[in-house]
Design a protein around this ligand. Structure first.
Ligand code: URP
Ligand code: ZN
Ligand code: ZN
Length: 459
């Protein structure tokens, strides 16, 4: 089957031009003006943008965490991603310390197979490092995983100690694997949590003071020290604040190969949301926490000047009704996470491109191309080039609508952005040449998503 997308304004990380795109089978076969194919389905993209499919490099779909499980399946998460313009997901594969990495990797893969409608890969979390897990990690890399994940937080669950950190980074350096990292000082968090609870400060508004900006910045600095010692390439996930960005930037000046991700909640929410009364604030509990408003323009500036490479979601959906309430008497027990895989691109466009905080090329770079480049998917993904997968988002900038839990595809009982207006949304979304979503509706095929085997690129 062929597709012919006519007269769209094609935006990549570097280009901006009006042309037609011809798709033959799963890939882009021609880009030019006046293209014809009488056998092709024609999509009129006049007055619309055509972006490469967006990539979310940080999502949790199957996540046993804090005594419960995150809500989405690969079916619901795929539908949500697609209507929102995201065509590739990279999920964190997060086993407990008790699980064997290879078994966990196969378990996480089995959750996606047959249900994914987007293409997908995993960052393999290293939650324990010993000789046996090292051998299994080598095997997992040979099976197409080119990135690890480590946690400097969540001790006893996913967190590793410094010996494990050092050895993980040494292995990654040898294998050319990039290490994505959650950076917070776990000891400081535990002490602060204890002090706050002892003082009777149990509500969700105390989550942020228990994990202040300095705790995150210290975690970033700690990671960077170990990256410097080992030569490993590192990627700081969900960077929330100026202090953490500065710690990463300082390491880059020293020559550390480090990249920075932020996530959409930090760009549009601030800590007052977690202070909302009647436990409403629990909807906004994630780690690192939503910060003071003064950080927002600094994060936007860092995206604009491309110091921050990627804008992901850290999608981690837990129902308000019976999961967030697990922490009704103790904020440390509120399952951490905010759902946003459906909303990332429309929020980034509405709050970034529309007011001029970032331009269209930066929007594509941060939402798609950088993730493809960093994680071994470029130019198959993240590009509009002949031979690239025909993952395309035809985006209608004239659409006006509202976000609501009542209409979302994500399987979670609230929206952190309830009632928010969006300006623009995907009109047509294709994955490898097939239309998977139109105008807010999933129209594709469950199970069509493919596992993307990746090669290490960080040598
Ligand atoms: O609060 C968060 N971020 N939940 C998901 C787990 C993680 O730390 O990424
Ligand atoms: Zn994290
Ligand atoms: Zn995460």
């Amino acid at each position: 089957m062929a597709l012919l997308i006519k007269n769209g304004r094609i935006i990549t990380a570097t280009d901006d031009f009006v042309a037609d795109i011809h798709v033959q089978g799963e890939t882009i076969s021609a880009i030019g003006t006046g293209l014809e194919d009488s056998a092709a389905e024609v999509i009129d993209a006049s007055g619309k943008y055509v972006f490469p499919g967006f990539i979310d490099p940080h999502v949790h779909i199957y996540l046993p965490f804090m005594g419960t499980w995150s809500k989405d399946t690969w079916e619901t998460a795929s539908k949500a991603a697609l209507v929102g313009g995201t065509t590739t997901l990279i999920e964190m594969c997060c086993p407990s310390r008790a699980e064997q990495p290879l078994e966990a990797f196969e378990l996480w893969r089995s959750k996606a197979e047959g249900l994914a409608a987007v293409d997908y890969s995993f960052h393999m979390a290293v939650t324990k490092f010993d000789d046996e897990s090292e051998a299994q990690l080598r095997e997992i890399v040979s099976r197409g995983i080119a990135s690890f994940k480590i946690f400097l937080a969540y001790p006893g669950a996913f967190g590793i100690d410094d010996e494990e950190l050092f050895r993980t980074l040494k292995l990654a350096r040898e294998l050319g694997v990039i290490v994505t990292a959650h950076c917070e000082n776990a000891t400081a968090v535990a002490q602060l949590q204890g002090e706050l609870l002892a003082a009777g400060k149990t509500g969700p508004e105390f989550h942020e003071p228990s994990r202040p900006e300095s705790v995150e910045a210290e975690g970033v600095h700690h990671l960077m020290t170990f990256a410097e010692l080992t030569g490993a390439h590192v990627y700081v996930v969900h960077t929330s604040c100026d202090a953490a960005v500065q710690a990463a930037q300082a390491a880059r000046y020293r020559g550390v190969n480090a990249w920075i991700e932020t996530v959409i909640p930090y760009l549009v929410l601030d800590k007052t949301y977690a202070e909302r009364p009647e436990f409403e604030g629990a909807k906004y509990v994630m780690s690192p926490p939503i910060r003071d408003l003064r950080n927002q323009p600094i994060l936007w500036d860092a995206i604009r000047n491309r110091l921050i490479s990627t804008v992901a979601t850290d999608h981690a959906p837990f129902d308000f009704g019976d999961q967030k309430t697990m922490g009704a008497d103790d904020f440390t027990k509120i399952p951490n996470g905010i759902p946003s895989v459906e909303d990332r691109i429309n929020l980034l466009y509405t709050h970034g491109v529309v007011p001029g905080k970032i331009d269209l090329n930066t929007f594509v770079d941060a939402g798609s191309t950088q993730a493809a480049k960093l994680f071994g998917l470029y130019p198959r993904k993240g590009a509009i080039q002949i031979g690239s997968d025909a993952d395309l988002v035809i985006y209608d900038p004239d659409y006006r609508g509202k976000i609501s839990a009542s209409t979302q595809q994500m399987d979670v009982d609230y929206s952190a952005f309830e009632g928010w207006e969006i300006q623009g949304r995907p009109s047509v979304v294709t994955v490898r040449g097939e239309v998977q979503a139109r105008d807010g509706q999933f129209t594709g095929t469950i199970g069509r998503g493919q596992f993307l085997a990746r090669q290490p690129t960080h040598f």
